[in-house]
Each structure stands twice: as structure tokens, then as C-alpha cells.
Ligand binder design. Structure first.
Ligand code: UD1
Ligand code: CA
Length: 476
């Protein structure tokens, strides 16, 4: 089996961000930059990866969780020193180490994979990924020697005027062979403009040792951009967003207004779905085919089936099956499953509930902690009364029940299948199958009452003195 692991450098403060948050935790497309780099490393086939943490170590460790091992760089003495901190974790590792920076969120796994394969084929001791930039400011420049090999990398701050004119830059991604890498790192000095131990110096050292040092150049210089400031962060965000939208469109999704559509990288959308303006799709959201989503829809970790029409809706941590029509003004809350052919909205909230096939929740409902069967009709204004100020209780409604308008179902309560509940009822007891549940005061009509009342008001009007205008207040 191939031996490939990644060391991701994420210990720096990111001074240029001017932030209390460690740089690598700033988010691009809703996800911390270091997580994007981990995604790319894992997609490229790296295993047992090590993230070097230091500045804000606890915060960074929390985000990484159990996805990778961590190595602590207590003092940030440079990128070379940072990689050396992973030596202990990789003590028994002999193979290729992909060294990556935690601040390159646009990096793609397949590009890294190609980079690694080129390195493996070449038999080099080190390979650096380079790219050409119109404005190389801030990046390390690649110094080539007569035969085209990489002689050295010189940092912006150490570069001569002539070297600064070089447009080929170090992307900060390297394939290096361990344990040789660590032996060389131990010999690095810090005699440079920043007084740091530069990882980039490893290449010149290997070269001096007579080892082969190669370069792989990528055309996609946007993908390798390093984020050092908030301006870069906004550029990375825009680039990520453009890339994701483009990938969706290429996969057969219609996006009416890319400028107002936000889709995170993790979202999956099937072909022939149409996205209307102001749509924001996040996390592990999955949308089936032939759906119409938006305008004004936000879905966070929502699974939507095929042929659904959702508009003016917010859904999170829930599931919507096929052929559902929802909105406008619908809130689908966690642990909710909306069955096939359900119709929901206007102004409906559903929480921790299952709604069966073909059921209608058409206007002004609150459904909480409920199991609603199929082909149920909930009248306008119906509410499940799920909370007694201390505990939540469930409401169960059987198939084909018809719940009249403005009814309260006080949980725990079961309304059986094929039942009717009279409009305006407050149901506190179970309704058995095939029954009518009525729970409201009986209406009494008092004959002639209204006429008598009007006559009384008229009498009051004539008896009141002319100067006593107060007597007319509230007149008909
Ligand atoms: C580095 C490279 C430069 C390259 C650029 C690509 C060096 C000396 N320079 O410069 O050639 O063009 O990346 O983006 O390597 N870090 C640590 N510990 C440290 C210092 C840095 O973990 O002591 C981490 C940072 O958190 C960051 C990464 O290493 O994720 C790169 O550091 P940064 O300061 O951004 O390096 P650049 O100046 O961009
Ligand atoms: Ca950087």
C-alpha cells in the first residue's frame, strides 16, 4: 500500500488578518479554511494526517476533532520549524509527506492527487507545486537553474529586485520524503529577513546534497491562493462561490441568478432542478431532480427528494420526500420528515414531527412533536399544544383525519384514523377512529336580541342632553 500522509501547517497567528480568531479558522464557504485543506488531503488519499497547531491551539484542535492528529508548535518560528514539530508523530513513517498550508481553502483533492502522482513517478526527494502569477507579491519565488530544475525558493522579503520580477511562485504545497525530510529540517538555520526557519530552504539543501528536487506547475493559480488578509478572505470566498455555482450548472442545475445564490461546497443537487434568486444551501443539503427551490429559501442540512417546490422557506436538519409543495413562509425545524405529496404553507411551522403522504397543512399551523398520518387535512389555524411549561408531549393523528379550523390538540393526545374534529375544538381527550370530536361551548341563538339592543341604544341617544356629547360616544 502507498504511504502518503499530510502535514498541514496551521500554527501561525495570521497577523495580517487583525483578528482574535486564528487565521486558519476563518471560514470560506461556511467552513474553516483548515477543514477545506483537510478535505483536500483526505480526497487525495492522505491518511493519519497531522495538523501543526500553535496560535489558538485549543480552538483549532476543537475544529479538527478526531479527523487528524495534532502536533504543537509552542512558538511560531517559521514553516520549517512547524513541519519539524510533526517529526514525533511521524517517527515511524517512511513515505511521502504532503506538506500543505492551512490557509489555502481553494485547494482541490484531485489536483493534489495528480501532484503526488507526478512526484512519485519522478523519484524526486522533494517536489514543490508552483504556479505563475501576474502579481507574485508576497509569495516565495522559484529560482530555476540552467537545466530547469528548482535551485531554491526565495521569500519576497529576502528577494533581490531581479528575483522579485520572477512570476513563478511557491504555492506552499510540497511532496517530501520522510524520514529524510526531518533530517534536513534539523539542519536548517534562520539567517534571513524574518529570522524564521523556512521550510522552503529544505529544497536548496536537498539539491546541495545531490538529491533530485522537482516542480509541478499548476495552471489554476486561483486554487492555490493563500489567504493572509481579510481582502484575500473575500477574494477566496468569491472564488469558492463562483466555482461551486459553476460546478452545479455544469452538472445540470439551472441557477437563475448566480449573484444571489449561495451554495456550499458540500451540497449536492440533481440535474433539472431550478434555483430561483436568494437561495442559500448549506452543509450536507441534498436536493433531488426537477425541483424548484426559491425564491428566498435557506436549507441547512436538509434532504429534499424529487419534484419538490419550495419557496420562502427556512429548513434545517430535516427531510422532505418527493413531490412536496411548501411555502410561502414555512419553517421546517429539526427531526422533521415531510412525506410524499405533502402540501405545506402559508405560515406554517413544523418541528420534530412526521407528516404522512398527501397530508395538507395549508395555512397557519404549528405542528410540534407530532406523528401525522397520510391524507390528513389540518384546517387553517390548527395547533398542536405540545408544551406544558416543563415537558413536551406528542400528538398522534391517524390517516384521513379531518381537523377543523382553529382547533387545539392538547398533547399527549391521539386523534384516530378517519375522524373529524369540529372546528374550534380544544381536544384534550383521545378521539377514537371514525368518531367526531367536538370540544367547544354550545352555541345559543337568542331570538330578537339584536333588534332589542339597537332600540335600547337609540333610546339612550334621545334621552341624553344636547350639550352632553359624551352620550354619543361609541354610537352605531
Ligand atoms: C509561505 C511560503 C511561501 C509561499 C506561501 C504560499 C515559507 C517560508 N514561505 O509564505 O514561499 O509562497 O507560503 O502561500 O514557507 N505557519 C506555522 N508556523 C509558523 C509559521 C507559519 O504553522 O511558525 C503556518 C501558517 O499558519 C500558515 C502556513 O504555515 O498556515 C504558511 O505561513 P504564512 O505565514 O502564511 O507563510 P507565507 O508568508 O504566506
Ligand atoms: Ca500564507
Amino acid at each position: 500500500m502507498e504511504k502518503l500522509t499530510a502535514v498541514i501547517l496551521a500554527a501561525g497567528k495570521g497577523t495580517r488578518m487583525k483578528s482574535k480568531l486564528p487565521k486558519v479558522l476563518h471560514k470560506v464557504g461556511g467552513k474553516a479554511m483548515v477543514e477545506h485543506v483537510l478535505d483536500a488531503a483526505e480526497a487525495a488519499g492522505c491518511r493519519d494526517n497531522v495538523v501543526v497547531i500553535g496560535h489558538g491551539a485549543d480552538l483549532v484542535r476543537n475544529v479538527i476533532g478526531s479527523r487528524a492528529r495534532v502536533a504543537l508548535q509552542a512558538e511560531q518560528l517559521g514553516t520549517g520549524h512547524a513541519v519539524l514539530q510533526a517529526a514525533e508523530a511521524l517517527r515511524d513513517f517512511a513515505g511521502t509527506v504532503l506538506v500543505l498550508c492551512g490557509d489555502t481553502p481553494l485547494l482541490e483533492g484531485d489536483e493534489l492527487r495528480r501532484f503526488y502522482e507526478a512526484h512519485a513517478r519522478s523519484g524526486a526527494a522533494a517536489t514543490v507545486m508552483t504556479t505563475f502569477l501576474d502579481d507574485p507579491t508576497g509569495y516565495g519565488r522559484i529560482l530555476r537553474d540552467a537545466d530547469g530544475g528548482v535551485a531554491a525558493i526565495v521569500e519576497q522579503k529576502d528577494a533581490t529586485e531581479a528575483q522579485r520580477a520572477i512570476r513563478e511562485v511557491n504555492t506552499g504545497n510540497y511532496c517530501l520524503e520522510a524520514p529524510l525530510l526531518f533530517d534536513v529540517l534539523r539542519t536548517l538555520g534562520n539567517d534571513n529577513a524574518q529570522g524564521e526557519y523556512y521550510l522552503t530552504d529544505v529544497l536548496a539543501k536537498l539539491r546541495a546534497m545531490g538529491r533530485k528536487v522537482g516542480a509541478v506547475t499548476t495552471d489554476d493559480s486561483e486554487m492555490t491562493m493563500g489567504v493572509n488578509s481579510r481582502v484575500h478572505l473575500a477574494q477566496a470566498e468569491a472564488a469558492m462561490r463562483r466555482r461551486v455555482l459553476q460546478r452545479c450548472m455544469e452538472a445540470g442545475v439551472t441557477i437563475l441568478d448566480p449573484a444571489s445564490t449561495f451554495i456550499e461546497k458540500t451540497v449536492r443537487i440533481a440535474p433539472d432542478t431550478i434555483l430561483y434568486p436568494n437561495t442559500w444551501l448549506q452543509g450536507n443539503t441534498v436536493i433531488g431532480e426537477d425541483c424548484e427551490i426559491g425564491p428566498d429559501v435557506r436549507l441547512e442540512n436538509v434532504q429534499v427528494g424529487d419534484r419538490c417546490h419550495l419557496q420562502f422557506l427556512y429548513g434545517h436538519e430535516c427531510q422532505v420526500l418527493d413531490d412536496v409543495t411548501a411555502g410561502p413562509y414555512v419553517h421546517l425545524r429539526p427531526d422533521t420528515v415531510i412525506g410524499n405529496q405533502v402540501k405545506i404553507g402559508n405560515f406554517v411551522e413544523v418541528k420534530n414531527s412526521r407528516v404522512g403522504t398527501g397530508t395538507k397543512l395549508p395555512h397557519l399551523q404549528y405542528i410540534g412533536d407530532s406523528d401525522i398520518g397520510s391524507h390528513v387535512n389540518m384546517g387553517c389555524g390548527c395547533i398542536t399544544v405540545n408544551y406544558d411549561s416543563k415537558f413536551k408531549h406528542r400528538t398522534v393523528i391517524g390517516d384521513n383525519a379531518f381537523i377543523g379550523c382553529n382547533s387545539n390538540l392538547v398533547a399527549p393526545v391521539t386523534v384516530g384514523p378517519d375522524t373529524y374534529v369540529a372546528a374550534g375544538s380544544t381536544i384534550t381527550k383521545d378521539v377514537p377512529a371514525d368518531a367526531l370530536g367536538v370540544a367547544r361551548a354550545r352555541q345559543t341563538n337568542i331570538a330578537g336580541w339584536a333588534r332589542a339592543y339597537r332600540a335600547k341604544l337609540d333610546r339612550l341617544d334621545t334621552e341624553t342632553p344636547k350639550d352632553g356629547e359624551h352620550g354619543k360616544q361609541g354610537g352605531r
